[in-house]
Design a protein around this ligand. Sequence first.
Ligand code: HEC
Ligand code: HEC
Ligand code: HEC
Ligand code: HEC
Ligand code: HEC
Ligand code: HEC
Ligand code: HEC
Length: 423
Amino acid sequence: MLALRCALRGRSKIEMSGIGTFILSITLPTSSQGWNTTLRNAWLCLRWFVPATAFAVQGVTAVGQLSTGDHLAEPGFWPTQSQPSREDFAGTDACSRCHASKTTTQIETPMARNLVPAAAAEILHSHRSLTFSIGGFDYQIDTGTNQAEYSVTNGNQRISYPLGWAFGTGRVAQSYLFRKEDGSFYEARISYFSSLKALNFTPWRAVSSPSGVQEAMYRPVGEAELERCFSCHSTASSAGGRFDEKHLIPGVTCEACHGPGLNHIKAMDAGIGSRPKTSNLEIFNPDGLLPSDSVDFCGACHGTFWDTKLSGTKGVSTTRSAPYRLVTSKCWGNGDPRLTCTACHDPHKQLETDAKAYDAVCRSCHVTSPGEKTTIRHPGAACPKATSNCTSCHMTKTFIPEMHANFTDHRIRVVKPGEVFPE
Ligand code: HEC
Ligand code: HEC
Ligand code: HEC
Ligand code: HEC
Ligand code: HEC
Ligand code: HEC
Ligand code: HEC
């Protein structure tokens, strides 16, 4: 009898006995968060022994998914990873020499354009004086040619700082980070919201009775959090484990998803790319990932199933994490390449907003005429209501109050009128 014990990570312990028979013996933790961790750890151990798609544990959702921390701990490239050296990055211009068609469209996407120095933020230049008042505090952002000045006053005291970075294209919102004279970073307590065309509290950062102008104005952002913000919103922001503000590339550009590209370019210039059957092109291609890893790949920034679970996010706010919602859809099953993020979205292009354009993805699994039998290739039933624009009814827009905006619910389902939001 083969007996393997895996208790390397956390509190979980799994014993495997027999060939092909797995007996799960899990030490039960007390809190529900602990329970989530245990299930995840159990899977972490198991995935070394069985292919992700071939294993299903009753009652466990999102079989095969990992947290971003766990992916980063594995060998190889993963988005948001700190790279050994900044010198290994080539920059988007270098890629455009040989991948012009992907580059022309990618540089215009919100992902690529989501981070700019605040003094260059279009939103601030088109609203040169923004104000917001609450609880006896007056907030203001005044934008001039070379500077965006952020100030707060309670009538007696006024503090002001030039804003450093503007995060977000403002599809939904734009938030601001700045440095104080102590050299540390701070996040403005207020953000710009496109739906309101005005300032309001930064999501989840509202304070009801601040102790003074300082607390009303900003929140300190520690080194570790700072690295996380920039790792999701920019490229090459940290090298050798250190945040490097001077050399970061603003926005999610080629090398944020494909890893540092200098060695690839050297190899391609040496003609290796044209040789048949070259397996190592010295660059990461996410195309080869298993479906479960493929959604986790986008989840490195968009929040994987476990990132969302472990963060304790609840209710409608979970809609901000497309990977979390998608893998808990019945359609997902244990993972299917026909339903990964890239089945519907090309990360090198603008978001498609015509619902019809997504129909082919649904039809790749769902039969179309009522009464038609499902098959192994088409396991999904036909819709009794409609034959097109599937996402408009089954992937509804959900309002997240803190964001003052709608997000697309990636939990594909029959949405019942008046239902309690399914978490
Ligand atoms: C000198 C030309 C050249 C430059 C510059 C270049 N590439 Fe490539 N790249 C190639 C060739 C040739 C291939 C192999 C054929 C193909 O897939 O187009 C390739 C393939 C790739 C692949 C697929 C790899 C695989 O395993 O299938 C990715 C991803 C990629 N390049 C990204 C980049 C990025 C990112 C940059 C900029 C850092 C870049 N390339 C710069 C020529 C180049
Ligand atoms: C390095 C971090 C990162 C990774 C990896 C990443 N994204 Fe994003 N993505 C972002 C950020 C940041 C935004 C917000 C852009 C903005 O400010 O509007 C975004 C926005 C988007 C949008 C919305 C675009 C719009 O028009 O509003 C889509 C769609 C998207 N990402 C899809 C993907 C897919 C698919 C993948 C995986 C192939 C992926 N992302 C991987 C960071 C990332
Ligand atoms: C784990 C990766 C991650 C981290 C860390 C992160 N973000 Fe984001 N952020 C995203 C992604 C992905 C989006 C797009 C989807 C969404 O709006 O939830 C986004 C959206 C935003 C938006 C709204 C942009 C729009 O679509 O209009 C703002 C503003 C923003 N982030 C600011 C910040 C700031 C400031 C920090 C740090 C204090 C931060 N983010 C940390 C990944 C991240
Ligand atoms: C948000 C993540 C993301 C960004 C940013 C990104 N890519 Fe990709 N790229 C992917 C994914 C995922 C795939 C595999 C699936 C696909 O083909 O869309 C891919 C595939 C590729 C391929 C292989 C194409 C093929 O047909 O196999 C090339 C070449 C490439 N990307 C180049 C680039 C270049 C150049 C840039 C910058 C201009 C870039 N990518 C930016 C995620 C990204
Ligand atoms: C079955 C198709 C489908 C799949 C699979 C899918 N999406 Fe989407 N996604 C959509 C549709 C439809 C929209 C809404 C487009 C619009 O605004 O009209 C959308 C919108 C988005 C947006 C914009 C913000 C929002 O909430 O409206 C982001 C970000 C996004 N998707 C990320 C992802 C990521 C990450 C994955 C993988 C986990 C993914 N999507 C998988 C269909 C899909
Ligand atoms: C990878 C294959 C696959 C894809 C792609 C797919 N589905 Fe499904 N879907 C299924 C399967 C299988 C079921 C049945 C699950 C069950 O009954 O347990 C299902 C169930 C459903 C249900 C019923 C869910 C419920 O709550 O009972 C709806 C609605 C649905 N799909 C709509 C869609 C739409 C709309 C799309 C495109 C945006 C889509 N599906 C894409 C495989 C898929
Ligand atoms: C106008 C809104 C609308 C559109 C568009 C729509 N559906 Fe539906 N769909 C519904 C409603 C409502 C139900 C629930 C019907 C019921 O329970 O009687 C449903 C049910 C379903 C079911 C469950 C069927 C079952 O037997 O359990 C599936 C699967 C489905 N739709 C898939 C799709 C696909 C695929 C498309 C696109 C080809 C689509 N729907 C387009 C409204 C829509």
